[in-house]
Design a protein around this ligand. Structure first.
Ligand code: XIL
Length: 315
């Protein structure tokens, strides 16, 4: 049935990968599959590089958990995506409740981004420098960063990341930008304005948190991003269903995974695909979307589902 990274490479892509998280690394059967770099040529840390994990109090950085993910990827010769520098969620309260003025918050962003990207200098293929800046209607998310700095925080973060590691590819990452719509248009406008201002931007991350039966071709929308001179990646793919799972839902899920992969395959500058963990055992879906789950290509017993063949077929 093939190995996903090998199949992706043979199809001209840079990687096929998976997110993982520190608590899972004590699960030997799980780690054995994750560590097969013909299956997964790339790893994304699911939580341990986020702001609350890396700078829990101002100016105090902790990389113990983050470095465990780095060690795993290095041991297995897997690429790494940094995730993430600036996001409204999983922020320590000192950031959200600090009531900082614009100059101070700008300096806090610069310090955070340059320190974490600098810590992993040379270790990453790419970084989600800014995560989820937009609302679904294409307006800016009114988080602490936008409320204090307007849109300028995006360039501040990108410039800090660029200074810290000039070789890693700098991404903006969001969900519900898989197909055309107000949010995709907003992301395209942001890329255009960053490019015209000379701000470093290399890619758009399309998360891909999708729903079984509601997946359609992403090809033209991905091409609209790459036409602006950036690469794209599918960064957090999972396709959830309302439980209980049935054979019919699994069959539809296989089709839906294939649709996503073939959309990436159709766009040369769609450079890789990452699933948001490979097994339902560790999926974030059930805890986030009540009554839903079954979103990953491997089930909770670490057995492949029909979705696995959908991925292979898509490349
Ligand atoms: C999720 C993690 O998987 C969970 O463990 C955590 O509790 C919440 O965050 N978009 C993102 C990811 O960019 O960082 C999120 O990860 C899933 C949605």
């Amino acid at each position: 049935t093939g190995k996903l990274h090998t199949v992706a490479k043979a199809a001209g892509k840079t990687y096929f990968g998976s997110a993982t998280d520190n608590p899972e690394l004590t699960d030997s059967p799980y780690v054995a599959i994750l560590s097969d770099n013909t299956m997964f040529g790339q790893i994304t840390p699911g939580n341990s590089w986020k702001w609350d994990a890396t700078e829990p109090s101002r100016g105090t950085f902790t990389f113990t958990a983050g470095d465990a993910i780095l060690s795993l990827a290095q041991k297995n010769s897997q690429l790494l995506r940094g995730h993430n520098c600036v996001w409204y969620n999983q922020l320590p309260s000192w950031v959200t409740s600090g009531n900082f003025d614009a100059a101070t918050l700008q300096s806090i962003i610069t310090t955070h981004c340059s320190t974490i990207v600098g810590h992993y200098k040379g270790d990453t293929y790419s970084w989600d420098v800014v995560n989820e800046p937009f609302n679904d209607d294409g307006t800016w998310r009114t988080d602490v960063f936008y409320n204090t700095l307007n849109t300028s925080y995006v360039a501040t973060a990108l410039n800090a990341a660029k200074s810290a590691d000039s070789a890693t590819k700098l991404y903006i990452n969001d969900y519900n930008i898989e197909t055309a719509g107000a949010k995709s248009t907003a992301m395209q406008n942001l890329v255009k304005s960053l490019k015209s201002a000379g701000t470093p931007i290399d890619g758009v991350g399309v998360q891909g948190h999708l729903i079984v039966g509601e997946v359609s071709s992403m090809t033209s929308n991905l091409a609209a991003f790459t036409a602006l001179g950036v690469e794209v990646a599918i960064t957090e793919l999972d396709i959830r269903m309302t439980l209980p799972a049935t054979a019919a839902l699994y069959a539809q899920q296989k089709t839906d995974y294939q649709t996503v992969i073939s959309s990436c395959q159709a766009v040369a500058e769609c450079i890789g695909v990452t699933i948001w963990d490979y097994t339902d055992k560790y999926s974030w879906v059930p805890a986030t979307f009540s009554g839903q789950g079954g979103a990953c290509p491997w089930d909770a017993s670490l057995l492949k589902k029909p979705a696995f063949d959908g991925i292979v077929n898509g490349f």
